[in-house]
Design a protein around this ligand. Sequence first.
Ligand SMILES: Nc1nc2c(c(=O)[nH]1)N[C@H]1C(S)=C(S)[C@@H](COP(=O)(O)OP(=O)(O)OC[C@H]3O[C@@H](n4cnc5c(=O)[nH]c(N)nc54)[C@H](O)[C@@H]3O)O[C@H]1N2
Ligand SMILES: Nc1nc2c(c(=O)[nH]1)N[C@H]1C(S)=C(S)[C@@H](COP(=O)(O)OP(=O)(O)OC[C@H]3O[C@@H](n4cnc5c(=O)[nH]c(N)nc54)[C@H](O)[C@@H]3O)O[C@H]1N2
Ligand code: SF4
Ligand SMILES: [Mo]
Length: 678
Amino acid sequence: MREIRHSVCALDCPDCCSVLVTVDNGRGTRLRGDPAHPVTRGFLCGKVAQYLEREYSPARLLYPQRRVGAKGEGRFERISWDAALDEIAARLRSIADHFGPESVLPYSYAGTMGYLNGAGMDRRFFHRLGASRLDRTICSAAGTIGLQDALGARYGTEPEQFKHARLILAWGANVLGTNVHLWPFIVEARRNGAKLYTIDPHRNRTGALSDKQFFINPGTDAALALAMMHVIIGEGLHDAEYLSRHTEGFDALRDHVRAWTPQRAAELTGIAAEEIVQLAREYAGTRPAVIRLNLGTQRSERGALSVRAIAHLPTLVGSWKEVGGGLQLSTSGAFHVNRAGLERHDLQGKSLGRQARLVNMTQLGRALTALDDPPVKALVVYNSNPAAIAPDQNTVLAGLRRGDLFTVVLEQFQTDSADYADIVLPVTTFLEHTDLYFAYGHFYLQLARPALPAPGETKSNVEIFRLLAARMSFDDACFGDSEDDMIRTLLDTPHPFVRGITLEQLERDHFVRLNLPDPFLPFAEGFGTDGGKCHFRPEALHFEPPVESRGGDAALRRQYPLELISPKNDDSMNSTFGHRDAVDRQTATLEMHPDDAAARAIQDSDTVRAFNDRGSCVLEARVNGSVRPGVVSAPSVRWAKRSAGNRNINALTSDRLTDAGGGPTFYSCLVQVERIGD
Ligand SMILES: Nc1nc2c(c(=O)[nH]1)N[C@H]1C(S)=C(S)[C@@H](COP(=O)(O)OP(=O)(O)OC[C@H]3O[C@@H](n4cnc5c(=O)[nH]c(N)nc54)[C@H](O)[C@@H]3O)O[C@H]1N2
Ligand SMILES: Nc1nc2c(c(=O)[nH]1)N[C@H]1C(S)=C(S)[C@@H](COP(=O)(O)OP(=O)(O)OC[C@H]3O[C@@H](n4cnc5c(=O)[nH]c(N)nc54)[C@H](O)[C@@H]3O)O[C@H]1N2
Ligand code: SF4
Ligand SMILES: [Mo]
């Protein structure tokens, strides 16, 4: 018997696709994009079109396991759920009693974007326990601050409007690789004569298909944006009427950017002054122009500043007034659901009488090796693979190896992190559990019910934390909530964007547009700030090159002269598909400029070692025109254990934090490269 069931792709991707699952006699045989969804429009990306390979992979974890080998070695024995849950509850209880509950640290990110399995029963559990809170900074913390500063809200232009644009800037945005459902709207715009420009240190598939690429030095985007403002204001191309109605501090901004001549920015960014002038004129003069800013720019030491400065550009030219204008970094801030009711921060009052301490996930290595009062004695990992994705990998792994650390990992696969667990618990995929989804690249709320049966003894995160709560005798009513109860709680909000959307409606329609006008022009009549004005604050627009960059610490640069970036691999999702051979092949490479290669006697496909004070990583050189001299690029993120020397690129990246938000600086990283073989 054949059936078509609805699901939602739960991966950490702005597109949040509506998925149709073909089920033949109980087994999934095909995934495709829902043609009815206005952004999915009937197709999926290549990696998820093949997701059934992952779903039915013989490597799927199906039973709870206890470690029998050394930490990191990966030897485990099967145990029962009762034994696993009893042991976890007993260990967490005794650790909390001896060292205080804050010695327990949850570690999770976006393995699933679902509200319930991402930040639902788990949050309730850890709050009730009084565990340390995790500051979930690893992806977008700096950009979040920058966007909030510039717009007073964290949303922007809807993808559907890109088709109306006449000029599209993909700014640190690999649209074809990480946001492919925006692409058809760009194609439509170009069919009507629009131009696509990319601003990126690395030429990827998007850059290759654009009308023009501006190769920018990593971490210098704010300088480019400030010089564009210099030209726009200097030549009177700004929208004076819009600025006077909706902003404050314009005079101070004008004074501030006077010093930001195109020549000055050219030295920092590596983009010629004439090109900057031309870009600024075209941006201000082409109506409508839209910016797809993605998260690449904010993974640098000046990440918050870069987003703040870039997000002022549409304001300056009044582009928010136009259908097909504005800027999109993320749309997630529009999903004003009742998160407090879902996450229940108030339960900390019961356990601790106060808020628990906050531990920054970007500095996990430090947290595991240097944090005191209390030290971290138990780590519960889910929706994440920190041994592969966190910076300063050698310190992270040293922490994970600690004999006195009790580690639990909830996983679908035996990841790098799972190898360090004392207990591994097998979990369901998004095709197997109920969840509600927001998106960070469109404005539709979506519901997914299980489309396929959960294999073996797998359970969802929600169910596992519910069972653990019972084992710990947490008797608060919220631990008895069903998935539907939790969804009803989320929808119980007075906010006009969400009010009135019901579970029944989601059940029937699968996806529901937030209560927004169509077209939605979020800042045509003012901003998200109190008082509705954008405040230009020149003191928050001060740029200095990142310490780890060509304009930064000169001594460090002499030792490690190359700027390393490690952007996303088109056919992976961070480390999620790290078990695939094809992903291994794609992510084993280091792209270099021919001059940098020649200076090191490196030829295409030679084996090279990239290194700095923090560690080293072995890759295969790709000597091509994809980067400028002085920049090297490694597509990420592979599994460390499937890499030569058991280390991936994060053995090199630093745990230095961004200028604001406590975010990671993956793309501010100085290295040296040497040839080690052919
Ligand atoms: N295929 C695929 N899709 C994904 C992911 C994946 O791993 N693979 N990951 C998902 C996740 S977690 C996220 S956060 C999003 C991220 O999506 P993006 O932000 O689009 O991803 P990145 O590849 O990190 O960065 C985008 C671009 O920024 C460029 N870049 C790097 N440094 C700079 C800089 O200093 N200035 C400028 N202008 N550009 C710079 C990179 O070369 C890259 O082309 O994608 C999601 N989607
Ligand atoms: N060098 C470098 N490092 C980076 C980045 C980079 O660009 N360069 N990008 C950074 C960014 S933007 C991000 S967002 C992080 C991503 O870091 P993570 O969020 O840790 O992402 P993944 O590596 O995809 O790991 C997610 C894991 O969750 C598991 N999972 C999926 N669904 C479920 C579920 O329902 N329950 C449980 N328990 N597990 C599940 C998957 O099997 C997978 O192993 O990486 C960061 N690290
Ligand atoms: S990863 Fe992104 S593009 Fe691919 S199916 Fe999922 S939501 Fe769609
Ligand atoms: Mo991310």
